[in-house]
Design a protein. Sequence first.
Length: 319
Amino acid sequence: MLKNARNRAQLVLALAAFVLSPMLAAKEAPILPEPEAVSDHAHAWIGPYGGPDTENQGFRMNLGYVVGEDAVAVIDSGHTPEMAQEMLEHIRATTDKPVRYVINTNSQPHRFMGNDVFREAGADILAAPEAVDRMQGNASMFAMQLENALDRPEGSTEHPEPPNVTVEDREELDLGGVTLTVRHVGSAHTHGSLIAVVEPDNVVFAGDVLYSGRLLAILPDGSMEGWLQAYELLRDEYADAKFIPGHGKPGALSTFDHATHDYLRALWDHMFEAADMGTDMQSAIRSFDASPWQDLADFDDLAPRNANMAYQEAESALF
């Protein structure tokens, strides 16, 4: 009798371990790879392409941090608090300097949903005022999108508190021997885009102003004209810098000409001319030759939508 009871108990424990082991393994699986050293003071997590899902746990963008003699600044806080916590753990494994700043380069959820982790660690959170407005105004939608993409329970996502420092032009952050200049570059991928310039390393965290390796996404909240102007600003003022894009590998500005500047320029010029001549949207979309960019990741998903958005923006600009 005792032996049978013991066997049953062991069977129950074995079954529980069998059921729970995949859940525990999934929970323990790291979200982020090891960060890469981009320069003496700048480090980055280089994300894969594609959208957020349960496999990548929301990591499909570039994130970074900059270390000075006195403090650390983080570039974007990730898609979830769990991701932000891993970022913080990586940083603490490499330096004992406090994290004093987080720069949200734009208002997309994967740039700011981890803010509260760093806020609780003592950091100020910086963003453009337009970005703050969108973060707060679309809070419910962003939470729902995250839950759907990552297969999380409805209502399980807490929206972070708004950034407490707004950048309307520029802010210079003294990290101790390293200055991080945060600049507002206008409306690009989204309204209120920021870049962060690491001096003296001559490294620029460009956020989603720059893409390489994958097709960029045109959003209703952004501006193609503004995006092209932001690109020209980078070309005029930081031509010899090393750039860390929002998506893709770091490199010289010329690395991003094809996937960012040339695509935006060709698509905008085509759609503006078509709208100006009264060409209907579908004809304008069909007549745009996107084949030079067809080898970029996510092309099939994004190219049709981009063409549609570009025509609407051109038509709005004209009328």
